[in-house]
Each structure stands twice: as C-alpha cells, then as structure tokens.
Design a protein around this ligand. Structure first.
Ligand code: F6P
Length: 324
C-alpha cells in the first residue's frame, strides 16, 4: 500500500513541470496519498531539503514556467554512497515511492536508484527535447517549439528585408525533434539534425535551387547536437563556398526553455500527473507514464533506459518537399 510519495523535478527544467506537480499532488491527495516535494532534484533528496505539499501549495502554479521545486543535474547522485543517503532520507519520512519528473538522464538515474535499493519509482517525462522513449509527448516540448517558431518568424522578417541567409541553432541535445518540427513550422529551407548525415554540398545545392526559384532569403535550422558542428562553424564553412547571401547566425539558447506552458503542455502535464497516481493505485511500479496515440501508456522503466525516442522521418520528408 503506497501512503506517501516523494516528488522531484530533475535535469533541465521544462515548461509544464509545475502543472505536472500540481496534478500529481492533487490527484494523490484525492486518493489519500501524502506528498513530499524535494528541492533541486536528486540533490535535495541527498540533502533532505524537502517540503510537505498540500492542496494550496500547488495553487497558482499551472501557468508558470520552470519548476517551483527547482531542478538540478546532481553529480553526487552518480555515486552510490550519495544514493544511499537519498534512500535513508526517503525512509526517514516513511516515503513508499518516488516520482521523478524529468528527461532521459533523470529517468535513468531513477532506474539505477530503484535497482540499488529495490525502491519503487515512477517516471513522468518532462523535457523540451521530446526524446524520452515511451511517450509521444514529453512535457515542455510544445511550449518550446512555439517559442522557437515565434523567434524564427521574427528572424524571418529581418532576413526577408535584408536578403540574408540565417543559421538558427536550436536545443535538443542529441535529438533533432525541436529542429525538424520548428523547421516545418517556419518553412526553413534546410534542417540539420544529429540523426541524418549532413554535407555542405547538399545544403549548397539546396540553396542554389532556391536561388533559381527566386528565393531572396533563407532560414536553416541547426540542431545543437548535429555531428558536423555549431551553427557558427557551419555558417563559416558555407560562407567560404557560397557568396550569394549575406550570412547571419542566431543561437536561441535558454529562452527556449522558459515561459508559460502552452495549453497543450498543461493538458499533457495534468494527464501524466494523474496517470502516475493511477499507476500507483493499480500497483504498476517502475514504469514511465506516457501518452501514446492519445492514450495513457505505462512502459517499464528499463525499456526507457535502453531505448531513446526517435524523430519522425515523415516530418523531414514533408519539409523537404514543401519548403522551397
Ligand atoms: O535537455 C534539455 C536541454 O535544454 C537540452 O536541449 C540542452 O542541450 C541542455 O538541456 C542544456 O542544459 P543546461 O541548461 O544544463 O546547459
């Protein structure tokens, strides 16, 4: 019987984490399960930095970006001696299960912890990268995608006015989902991702083709984790061989992680929060709660650790045909 849960947000924050905590806490309390939040992810768990969470503690959080429980990438948690401290702290509060809201790295950490101490955990995928296996949507991806889209729309205005070629670097770590979706949403003529091999020749022939079709400006979206290099390096190498455009580079950076969550992310977060409590009630432990084909889905945490999310080739295909 699970009577009390611990909750952390871990890794890079993402818009909608607060909405997930709110849903999780309120759904848990509704089922008479108490909640203890630990600050700064695994680090707060190690340092026993906690707060009991009641109904009103999660008020006015739904539309706030970031995470009020704060987040961290704990280096200490990589060592078993610190994981043991975290375990002792959970036990000292009589906590029966830990819910980890975070991305791939955080879920992997949870899996190791669960194996170390035979302690039940549940993962809720939250990452702007949308690279977590076992869900179609990770919390924060939609908001980030919209932020990128609005930023590129603005850059396009100036690119068009000055007949320029812009290389725009977006986040995503080693996953190209933010890049390919923002590329399609903004009509970028080319998207460079970690998953697909890139060659300068290919890009130049695409730019040439655009010129012949009377294009006067262009946008190239560069995923930060691509294997060729940064947007600045790519821009420099293209500039040496292609002088048709004046070239500019924009690195969008951490603004992609901030802001009020979109309606879609608030809904995903609320569904996953309640989904986690439903898993607890039906004794599904060591799973990640996801949404697949619009249904709540539970995947064993070890499968999530072994696989990573994939990009949709269909999105790349559409963009290559219609963005010219
Ligand atoms: O995983 C989310 C993410 O924003 C990645 O897209 C990015 O590579 C990374 O986190 C940046 O992390 P930090 O904020 O720690 O520099």
């Amino acid at each position: 019987m699970i009577k009390k849960i611990g909750i952390i947000t871990s890794g890079g924050d993402s818009p909608g984490m607060n909405a997930a905590i709110r849903s999780l806490v309120r759904s848990a309390l509704y089922s008479n399960i108490e909640c203890v939040g630990f600050y700064r992810g695994y680090q707060g768990l190690i340092e026993n930095d906690y707060k009991f969470l009641g109904l009103r503690d999660v008020s006015q959080r739904l539309g706030l970006g970031g995470t009020f429980l704060k987040s961290a990438r704990s280096i200490d948690f990589l060592e078993k001696v610190y994981r043991a401290k975290a375990y002792e702290n959970l036990k000292s509060h009589s906590i029966d299960l830990l819910v980890v809201i975070g991305g791939n790295g955080s879920i992997k950490g949870a899996s190791v912890f669960s194996e170390d101490f035979d302690f039940p955990i549940i993962g809720i995928p939250a990452s702007i990268d949308n690279d977590v296996f076992g869900t179609d949507h990770s919390i924060g991806f939609d908001t980030s995608l919209n932020t990128i889209t609005h930023a590129i729309d603005k850059i396009r205005d100036t690119a068009r006015s000055h007949n320029r070629l812009f290389f725009i670097e977006v986040m995503g770590r080693d996953c190209g989902n933010l890049a390919i979706h923002s590329g399609l949403a903004t009509g970028a003529c080319y998207v460079i991702t970690p998953e697909v091999d890139f060659s300068i020749e290919n890009l130049i022939s695409r730019l040439d083709e655009g010129k012949k079709l009377y294009k006067t400006s262009s946008i190239v979206v560069v995923a930060e984790g691509n294997k060729y290099g940064s947007a600045s390096k790519i821009a420099k190498d293209v500039g040496k061989r292609y002088q048709e455009y004046e070239i500019k580079v924009t690195i969008l950076g951490h603004l992609q992680r901030g802001g009020s969550p979109s309606a879609f992310d608030r809904i995903v977060a609320s569904r996953l929060g309640m989904g986690a409590v439903q898993a607890i009630k039906s004794k599904k432990f060591n799973v990640i709660v996801g949404i697949i084909k619009n249904d709540i889905h539970y995947s064993p945490i070890h499968s999530v650790v072994q696989e990573s999310g994939s990009i949709q080739n269909e999105i790349i295909k559409i963009n290559s045909v219609i963005s010219r």
